[in-house]
Design a protein around this ligand. Structure first.
Ligand code: ADP
Length: 409
């Protein structure tokens, strides 16, 4: 037995923890602290083999507690038996810059490098790094591993990652496309190859991670060659509250029209745009699909723009790959919304993709499988469309186990 890994995903308003068996994916303990810093902060712990196998009742934290305090309490809440199974702690860290192309054990040198990357992701990195610090203090005898959202995309060539901006911005400040959701794109690429029964090395995949954040990646033989998110997670597809691609000229124009600073416009592009901005109703795709069905025009438009942009991006990434063997849907929307998949596939008929409506409806509840018409899994006639549930925690657990046991990728 390899032992278990404690996976930590520390954000500014929520902290997620899971004890994961990297071999089987089993999670004996999962825990969540949410709405941190607000008076209705809450901690939830769930034990798979607990009394009655039922979720533990929410533990009201009793007032505004910080992310640090929540993480300490959740780690201290592990029993001695649970702690004794742990061989390492894996941390989700959003930005590894150009420095990290793989996960890494966090020592003093790595920590200093990570601190230098905070400027690239000021919204996420401080919380991620506090998580590492607090967990190291609580579990000082275990190795702590950083697993980056960006690392998988470090295989991109300059032709894909360079922006056409002054070279000094790149050389002096690292202004380039990094890409995110790398653990998810990597995981679903590997699973897609298994489902298709073909070696990953032979496949040209477009992976679509459609959740609250959304990104697409072109994965050639298991290597990311292009992706839609950039220096920050704001670029690319339409997301829950993020705009995705807009003309950068919008920032100066709206700032001047509204008499506000660029920072304020950027904040709106991050938190008041995307599905929420278009619909004026919600950032939640399920709510919008229901509203569209009930006749809401803004909700209908929001869903249309979302699907159009996904389909257009698959076309662009097919060019990046020089061909297409499969499109892979994942993330909350990609896994659960048969309507979104159907709309996207309708537009991809030009690439030889055709929805199998029955299979698409069947895979609408988180099960993986093919949703195109050539459902014979050994068919190599045209590109396939697949639903693959993602599992970023499992990738973090496996990378941690690999590094802790001194392995290479
Ligand atoms: P995160 O990116 O925060 O991990 P998820 O991957 O869970 O988020 O994705 C959340 C999105 O998935 C929301 O827009 C939600 O509405 C959408 N979603 C979940 N289930 C469904 C469903 N049955 N139909 C449509 N959208 C769904």
């Amino acid at each position: 037995m390899t032992g278990h890994v404690l996976v930590v995903n520390a954000g500014s308003s929520s902290v997620k923890l899971a004890v994961v068996d990297p071999d089987t994916g089993h999670r004996p303990v999962t825990a969540l602290a949410e709405r941190l810093g607000s008076p209705d902060a809450a901690l939830h712990v769930h034990r798979a083999e607990g009394p009655g196998h039922a979720p533990a009742a929410p533990d009201p934290a009793g007032g505004a507690i910080s992310a640090d305090e929540a993480l300490t309490r959740l780690v201290e809440g592990l029993t001695d038996a649970e702690r004794s199974t742990l061989t390492g702690v894996g941390h989700r860290v959003v930005h590894g810059g150009s420095r990290f192309s793989d996960s890494v054990v966090v020592d003093a040198g790595v920590r200093a490098d990570l601190d230098r990357l905070v400027a690239l992701a000021p919204l996420h990195m401080p919380a991620n790094l506090r998580g590492v610090e607090v967990a190291q203090a609580a579990l000082p005898d275990l190795p702590h591993v950083a697993v980056f959202d960006t690392a998988f995309h470090q295989t991109m060539e300059p032709v894909a990652y360079r922006y056409a901006v002054p070279t000094a911005w790149y050389a002096d400040h690292g202004v380039r496309r990094y890409g995110f959701h790398g653990t998810s794109h990597r995981f679903v690429s590997e699973r897609a190859a298994e489902l298709l029964g073909r070696p990953l090395e032979s496949l040209r995949l477009v992976t679509l991670h459609l959740g609250n954040g959304c990104s697409a990646a072109a994965v050639d033989g298991g290597r990311s060659v292009d992706t839609t998110m950039g220096l920050t997670p704001l670029e690319g597809l339409v997301m829950g509250t993020r705009s995705g691609d807009v003309d950068p000229g919008v920032i100066g124009y709206v700032a001047a029209q509204e008499g506000v600073g660029a920072e304020e416009v950027l904040a709106a592009l991050n938190s008041r745009s995307g599905l929420l901005g278009l619909s004026g109703l919600s950032n939640d795709m399920r709510t919008l699909c229901d509203a569209a069905e009930a006749g809401s025009e803004p909700a209908t438009l929001a869903v249309q723009v979302f699907c159009y942009r996904v389909a257009k991006t698959v076309g662009a990434l097919t060019v990046a790959l020089g061909g297409l063997d499969a499109v892979v849907f994942t993330g909350g929307i990609g896994e659960h919304s048969s309507l979104v998949r159907s709309r996207v596939l309708d537009r991809l008929a030009v690439l030889g993709l055709h929805e199998d409506p029955e299979a698409n409806a069947r895979h609408g509840r988180g099960t993986g499988g093919r949703v195109d018409r050539a459902t014979d899994p050994s068919s190599t006639a045209g590109p396939a469309a697949l639903v693959v549930p993602t599992d970023e925690e499992l990738v973090i657990a496996r990378d941690t186990a690999r590094l802790v046991s001194g392995g290479t990728p």
